[in-house]
Design a protein around this ligand. Structure first.
Ligand code: NDP
Ligand code: NDP
Length: 315
C-alpha cells in the first residue's frame, strides 16, 4: 500500500506496533519491522544504557526502519533525547507529555516525530508543535489512557477533521476488520498494541501473556483517573485500587497504593496478583501466542478480504 504513512516511514504495510513498556524491546520491534510494519522500542521501561543496547541490537536484527517511543514524563529525558540523536534513530514517537517541549529539537536533527494523543485539543497542539503525524488512541487502549474516555469510533473522525497531518488510529485494533473501520473513519494507518504484547518476541513475562489470552469481556477496566488513567486487567492489585476509588481515594492515596515499579512486577516479573497489568479491551479477542510476523500477516490479510467484501456490497 502507498499512502502518506507508508512513505513517511518507508514501510510496506500501514501497521505500527505500539511502544509498550516491558513488552516492546528490540526483539519485538525488529520482528515487526522485518515483517514490513513499523516496530517500536518502548523506552519508558528502559534506563538510558538499556535503551542504547536495544537500539543497537535492533539495528543488527533488522535493516528496515524502526522507531523509539519516549513517554515525555520519563525522568532522564535529556539523556534519552541525546541517545536518540547519537544513535541516529530516524523515527521517534513521543507520548504522555507536551509535544511542544521536544519536537523542534528532534526535527532540527532530521528525525521524524509522531505524537500520541487521546483528544482533539492535544491533536491540534501536536500539529502546531510541528509533528509529522499523530497517533489517536481511543478508550479501548491498554495502559495510559485519555481522561475524556472517547472511544476510537468517535475519536478518529474527530481528529481526522481537526488536523491535516496523517492520523494513525489506535485502541481496540487487533484485526483487519477494525483496521478497515479505522481507514473508513479517516485514519491512514493503525497502531496495534495488545496483539503484539502477546507475540512470541514480546519481552513480557509468559504468565502475563497467558493471562491475556484467557481474558474475557469486562476483564479490563480504566483505573486511577485521579492519578494517571490506565486500563488494567483485573487482579488483586486492580481490586485494591477499585475499592479505594469507590471509597473516594484522592491522587495521593492512589499514588501510595500504586507505589513504584508495579508494571515491572506484573508485566516483566510475572506477579499476576500484585503487579500492574496494562492491556487493552481487545485482549478478550486474543487467543494465542504466536510470532509477530504471523500477527501482522493475519491483520493484513483480513484487511484485504474485508475490503473486498465491503466493495461487493449491493447498494
Ligand atoms: P535482551 O537483550 O532482550 O535485554 C537486554 C536488557 O534489556 C536487559 O537488561 C533486560 O533486562 C532489558 N530489557 C529487555 N526487555 C526490556 C523491556 N521491554 N523494557 C525494559 N528493559 C528490558 O535480553 P534477553 O533476551 O535476555 O531478554 C530480556 C528479558 O526478557 C529476560 O529477563 C527474559 O527472561 C525476558 N523475556 C521473557 C520472555 C517471555 O516470554 N517470558 C520472552 C523474551 C524475553 P533484565 O536485565 O532485567 O533481563
Ligand atoms: P514507576 O515510577 O512506578 O517505575 C519506574 C519503572 O521504570 C521501574 O520499573 C524502573 O525500573 C523503570 N525505569 C526505567 N528507566 C528508569 C529511569 N531512568 N529512572 C527510574 N526508573 C526507570 O513507573 P511505571 O513503571 O509506571 O512507568 C514507567 C514509565 O513508563 C513512565 O515513564 C510512564 O510514563 C511510562 N508508561 C507508559 C505507558 C504507555 O502506555 N505507553 C503506560 C505506563 C507507563 P527498575 O524497577 O528496574 O528500577
Amino acid at each position: 500500500m502507498n499512502n502518506r504513512i507508508t512513505s513517511l516511514f518507508g514501510i510496506k504495510y500501514p501497521i505500527i506496533q505500539a511502544g509498550m513498556i516491558w513488552c516492546s524491546g528490540w526483539r519485538l520491534a525488529a520482528a515487526v519491522s522485518n515483517a514490513g510494519g513499523l516496530g517500536i522500542i518502548g523506552a519508558g521501561s528502559m534506563y538510558p544504557e538499556v535503551l542504547k543496547e536495544h537500539i543497537r541490537k535492533c539495528r543488527v536484527a533488522t535493516d528496515r526502519p524502526f522507531a523509539v517511543n519516549v513517554p515525555l514524563l520519563y525522568p532522564n529525558i535529556e539523556e534519552i533525547m541525546q541517545i536518540l540523536v547519537e544513535e541516529q534513530v530516524e523515527i521517534v514517537f513521543t507520548s504522555a507529555g507536551n509535544p511542544a517541549t521536544w519536537t523542534s529539537f528532534l526535527k532540527e536533527k532530521g528525525i521524524t516525530v509522531v505524537h500520541v494523543i487521546a483528544n482533539k485539543k492535544f491533536a491540534v497542539k501536536a500539529q502546531n508543535a510541528g509533528v509529522d503525524a499523530i497517533v489517536a488512541e481511543g478508550f479501548e487502549a491498554g495502559g495510559h489512557n485519555g481522561r475524556e474516555e472517547t472511544t476510537t469510533l468517535c475519536l478518529i473522525p474527530m481528529i481526522a477533521d481537526a488536523v491535516n497531518i496523517p492520523v494513525i488510529a489506535a485502541g481496540g485494533i487487533a484485526g483487519g476488520k477494525a483496521m478497515l473501520a479505522a481507514f473508513a473513519l479517516g485514519a491512514e494507518a493503525v497502531q496495534v498494541g495488545s496483539a503484539f504484547a502477546v507475540a512470541e518476541e514480546s519481552s513480557a513475562h509468559l504468565s502475563f501473556k497467558e493471562k491475556i489470552i484467557h481474558a474475557v469481556e469486562g476483564d479490563t477496566k480504566l483505573r486511577m483517573k485521579k492519578l494517571v488513567p490506565v486500563r488494567l486487567l483485573q487482579n488483586d492489585f486492580a481490586e485494591t485500587i477499585a475499592q479505594a476509588e469507590a471509597a473516594g481515594a484522592n491522587a495521593d492515596e492512589l499514588g501510595k497504593l500504586l507505589g513504584r515499579a508495579r508494571a515491572k512486577k506484573g508485566m516483566f516479573e510475572g506477579d499476576m496478583q500484585e503487579g500492574e497489568l496494562e492491556i487493552g479491551q481487545v485482549s478478550a479477542m486474543l487467543r494465542e501466542i504466536k510470532p509477530a510476523a504471523a500477527i501482522l500477516e493475519q491483520i493484513w490479510q483480513e484487511f484485504i478480504n474485508e475490503k473486498k467484501r465491503i466493495s461487493g456490497l449491493e447498494i
